[in-house]
Design a protein. Structure first.
Length: 340
């Protein structure tokens, strides 16, 4: 079915939404000029509305794990990101937001972007247990009896509800579960614990429109964690961010559809999974940054398009003229203008 003219315009302008405020009066050839936009320069209502239209249109998302967040300087603020970044995971942020962070978050969300909490949690209660992460402390606080499996299930529910409460308290847009540690929560011997945890999050997030993300290391041996998740849980995820930090086009194809790859698990829903899969690179190591630029024009050989791309420590791309030069180029490459 052909797109309506309006949809073509919305989709085609894509990354132009963070270029000049006057893009609507520009020629089409000017819409893809990569130019930084100072967030603190007032923008028109028309610009804001078109930015939100972009977020609501079919496009590949731009995502990042944002670390070192203070909300004080542009380099450490969400508002310093290009306007067309869809959402970020607040890496190692489990609440207790400062006044500066709360202001930064609110302004970031006003543009239409989203931010979710994110941390690794092998054990029930990780990072939210008063008194610390010692096993005996967590077990006591969450009511776990090592000899009673039912107490683990109930504790997993309580842990999920505590995350929901934290998201609601600070008006955060959801949770990104970094799955890469075995423990009392994520266990191949007791998959129902993690699945109960995720189902509880999904049920509660549905009430407020929050998003649920899983991120998993991008090597085939790590797919054992993906296999723990039940099919209905996988289907309930808004996105899966794969930590494919050192994979180019052929490596990504092998990871998704090669022997023992993602398509080998939950094969009945693989197309659905790939459509919400985010491939990622890391900016933590400068030597690996080129993978991000390679991934920006990746198209799976199976013919099913993935959901988008992202970067670990996306904030490390801030220095430049314009700022975030690598991220801006990738947004443009992922969503090129559509010619009539």
């Amino acid at each position: 079915m052909k797109m309506s003219k309006l949809k073509k315009i919305i989709y085609g302008i894509g990354i132009s939404l963070f270029f000049s405020q006057g893009f609507l009066n520009s020629a089409c050839s000017d819409w893809t000029d990569i130019e930084a936009k100072d967030y603190f320069v007032p923008v028109s209502d028309g610009y804001k509305n078109n930015l939100k239209d972009y977020f609501n249109s079919p496009h590949k998302v731009m995502f990042g794990w944002f670390g070192n967040w203070t909300g004080v300087t542009m380099s450490s603020s969400l508002c310093g990101l290009p306007d067309s970044v869809d959402f970020v995971s607040l890496w190692l942020c489990w609440g207790n937001l400062t006044a500066e962070q709360q202001t930064d978050l609110r302004k970031f969300q006003e543009k239409g972007s989203k931010a979710v909490l994110c941390w690794r949690a092998g054990d029930i209660g990780d990072n939210l247990t008063p008194g610390g992460n010692a096993t005996d402390v967590k077990n006591a606080f969450w009511g776990i009896d090592p000899n009673d499996e039912d107490t683990y299930i109930e504790a997993a529910k309580k842990y999920a509800l505590a995350i929901v409460d934290t998201c609601n308290k600070y008006n955060v847009d959801g949770f990104d579960y970094d799955i890469e540690d075995n423990g009392t929560l994520i266990s191949s011997e007791h998959p129902e614990r993690a699945n109960t945890f995720m189902r509880t999050l999904r049920e509660e997030f549905n009430k407020t429109g929050k998003i649920l993300v899983a991120d998993i290391p991008g090597g085939k041996s790590w797919l054992r964690f993906y296999d723990i998740l039940a099919e209905d849980v996988v289907q309930s995820l808004d996105y899966i961010a794969w930590q494919t930090y050192e994979l180019g086009h052929s490596g990504l194809d092998d990871f998704f559809t090669g022997y023992g790859g993602v398509s080998s698990y939950h094969p009945e829903i693989f197309e659905e999974v790939l459509k919400k899969s985010i491939v990622t690179a890391t900016f933590e190591r400068a030597i690996d940054k080129h993978y991000f630029s390679e991934q920006q024009d990746y198209h799976p050989s199976c013919g099913i398009e993935h959901g988008g791309m992202g970067a670990y420590h996306i904030e490390y791309d801030y220095p430049g003229n314009p700022d975030y030069p690598t991220v801006r180029a990738a947004i443009s490459a992922q969503n090129p203008p559509i010619n009539n």
